[in-house]
Write a protein of this length. Sequence first.
Length: 91
Amino acid sequence: MKNYQIIIDHHSNYLVKGMGKYGLVIVPTQRGATTSNIKMFSSDEELRGVLQKLGYNASEIADVFDVLADKKNHWIEHRDFDEAVVTELGF
């Protein structure tokens, strides 16, 4: 397990070419880690699936969507994730 910062942006106008409804960034919190990939997801189901793979339970996922739906643009958390899962997801 390794500590990461996870950031989810909710794009209110995601019909812009190449932009999904959600942007997801996962980056190690260790000092000097500055690079990250941004993954775009066009549906709630896609984002929910990724969060489940990362180990979030149904209640935690509902909380994330509540924050994003409550007229907020993003959600940020520091959390320990299995490094193999993060790598598998392309981060």
